[in-house]
Design a binder for this molecule. Structure first.
Ligand code: NAI
Length: 407
């Protein structure tokens, strides 16, 4: 694979105890790695970033516009987590710095939690266990059922939803799903045309949609009433998807037979902060503090996925999966040099670049240009003998943000 300069000169700063899998992958690529176990405050981060090519963070480091101001060498930022709200994405974009995350590394962890909770709700296990913890023996099994032969309705059949479908079917459950996009059914999972149809025909309803204006209060009083009497609801998607007051009412009335909730409209910032919800103390309700995707395996997968993406970007320029940047990827070509150019997205840039190439008598072997509203990103494979001259002249253009060459 090509590299932009001697690999041992590439400096990587990994903050917040990023998983060992990431350290191993990045070190084995030959890069210098500095690891700090905590998040850095803005000033300290800004100072460090003056000298760093790759920054890796988890969810606590705030990467602000100010922290990025002096980061002239910074090529890319890897968020070894799911969310990217703590990074000023437009500020990184303007500086030609793509930001990557790992949105699907914890898919299996969430799906397994849902399967476990389906069984726990069916057997009212949580209430029985709580009673014993309180020193009360209550050997009651009213309403306890097997899940085999029951129907689970999955709302949102993406990464997690479809995994839940596969696992549920292996337990002998019937699986219905509803998605606004057409999705290939796994096994015997069966699509239904509408949310009401799914709600009316399921013993368990599990939600796996993203947070969008359309999914806000997707499940409110009306939808809860459409569910079968005694059916069970699971939400490990986003807190805004279910109206919690409506769910509390439906549970109190007995129309909904129980619930497992992992996500809430408002979640505390810190561990040990107080947390109050109308669902507290209700029968057959499992409450968990947004830990659906939190497992050792998910952390290891995040470490592997994000570090592999960062290496791919540094060594080939691929921006597929970047959350703030035009997406482009080009198969590396033999006997060429690759120029990677980020420029302000204003009219005439490609014309200027093509003129430079013509003036240098360079032969383009392959080229891809993608843009967003503020920047354009060009990957271009050229003859080796003129590549340095072309790179220098492109980098001198007034519209240039960042240009580098891979040998
Ligand atoms: P995904 O993007 O792979 O799948 C979401 C699916 O929902 C897509 O197929 C989409 O077409 C569908 N969808 C969107 N709007 C819909 C609507 N109004 N009605 C029906 N279907 C709709 O997402 P993924 O990875 O499966 O994640 C699902 C949810 O789980 C997300 O909200 C994510 O934030 C959450 N999540 C929660 C975790 C936790 O710790 N509890 C961990 C990981 C993800």
């Amino acid at each position: 694979m090509a590299t932009s300069f001697p690999v041992d000169q590439i400096k990587v700063l990994l903050l917040e105890n990023i998983h060992e899998t990431a350290h191993d992958i990045i070190r084995s690529a030959g890069f210098q790695v500095e690891s700090i176990s905590k998040a850095l405050p803005e000033e300290e981060l800004a100072l460090k970033l003056r000298d760093v090519h790759i920054l890796g963070i988890r969810s606590k480091t705030q990467v602000t516009d100010r922290a990025l101001q002096g980061a002239r060498r910074l090529l890319t930022i890897g968020c070894f987590c799911i969310g990217t709200n703590h990074v000023d994405l437009p500020a990184a974009n303007r500086r030609g710095v793509p930001v990557f995350n790992a949105p699907f590394s914890n898919t299996r962890s969430v799906a397994e939690l849902i399967i476990g909770e389906i069984v726990m709700l069916a057997r009212r296990l949580f209430d029985r266990s709580s009673e014993l913890h309180q020193g009360r023996w209550r050997k009651v099994s009213t309403g306890a059922v097997e899940v085999r032969g029951k129907t689970v309705g999955i709302v949102g059949y993406g990464h997690i939803g479809s995994q839940v479908g596969v696992l549920a079917e292996s337990l002998g459950m019937r699986v219905l799903f509803h998605d606004i996009s057409s999705r290939l059914p796994m096994g015997n999972n069966t699509p239904v045309a509408s949310l009401p149809e799914l709600l009316q025909n399921s013993d368990f309803v599990t939600l796996h949609v993203p947070e969008t204006p359309q999914t806000r209060d997707l499940i409110g009083a009306e939808e809860l009433l459409m569910m079968r009497k005694g059916a069970l609801l699971l939400n490990a998607s986003r807190g805004s998807v279910v109206s919690i007051p409506a769910l509390a009412e439906a549970l109190k009335s007995g129309h909904v037979g129980g619930a497992a909730v992992d996500v809430y409209p408002e979640e505390p910032e810190q561990n040990d902060d107080a947390f109050l919800t109308p669902l507290r103390g209700l029968a057959n309700v499992i409450l968990t503090p947004h830990i659906g995707g939190s497992t050792g395996e998910a952390q290891a997968a995040i470490g592997r996925e994000v570090s592999a993406t960062l290496l791919k970007f540094v060594n080939s320029g691929a921006t597929t999966g970047a959350v703030n940047f035009p997406q482009a990827e080009l198969q590396p070509m033999k006997n060429t040099h690759r120029i990677l150019n980020v420029h302000r997205n204003v009219p005439g840039v490609l014309r200027d670049i093509n003129r430079i190439i013509a003036d240098c008598n360079a032969n383009i072997h392959s080229q891809v240009l993608t843009t967003d509203s503020s920047v354009g990103y060009l990957i271009m494979d050229l003859d080796q003998d003129v590549s340095n001259e072309v790179k220098k002249t492109i980098a001198a253009l007034e519209t240039d943000i960042k240009t580098r060459i891979l040998y």
